[in-house]
Design a protein around this ligand. Structure first.
Ligand code: HEM
Length: 154
């Protein structure tokens, strides 16, 4: 089935919920920390990062709004990237490693794969742009956490 309008339910349900997103996050950060271009960016990495990314993705893909409820929401996510000065080369490597992680952890559903990777392509550009601003920059109110569905950004 490839027509997005024929797909029901949320991307969160289709990926298999928070448990799968945790596995995706885990596989991805194993690769990031072994990567010479990205590892230095993640010098302050702790294992809570893996869980926080899984909780963020759950909300993006229309699951529980726990990142908003417990972890500071959209603004806090953006603020976490301030001052990182992410280069386009680093963003592309991030995408390459995430694509490999998606292929491993979310096999067999081409439309789901495409939608999930489209979110990451969109989100990494925002992270790169925000990261050019110094730490502490006032970002104003970025609005609620975005939601991604079978037809993309809503
Ligand atoms: C869709 C794309 C992205 C998502 C969903 C995402 C998600 C997150 C989340 C949820 C956090 C907070 C983690 C925590 O609270 O522990 C975070 C922090 C961070 N992100 Fe991202 N991120 C994205 C893109 C990127 C990119 C492209 C890079 C660099 C190449 C990056 C580098 C970092 C770093 C270094 C931190 C930690 C900052 C700190 O030490 O507090 N992120 N990200």
């Amino acid at each position: 089935m490839t027509d997005p309008s024929e797909r029901t339910g949320t991307l969160y349900e289709a990926v298999g919920g928070t448990e799968t997103l945790r596995r995706l996050s885990n596989t991805f950060y194993d690769a990031v920390l072994a990567d010479p271009l990205l590892a230095p960016v993640f010098a302050g990495f702790t294992t809570t990062h893996i869980e926080h990314v899984a909780v963020w993705l759950a909300e993006i893909f229309d699951g529980p709004a726990r990142f908003t409820g417990e972890l500071g929401g959209h603004q806090s996510l953006l603020r976490a990237h301030l001052g990182l000065r992410i280069t386009e080369e680093q963003r592309l490597r991030w995408m390459e490693l995430m694509t490999a992680a998606v292929d491993k952890e979310l096999p067999g559903d081409e439309l789901l794969r495409r939608r999930v990777l489209e979110y990451f392509a969109w989100g990494t550009k925002i992270a790169r742009d925000v990261s050019a601003e110094p730490p502490g920059t006032d970002l104003g109110d970025p609005g609620p956490t975005p939601r991604w569905g079978w037809e993309g950004l809503r």
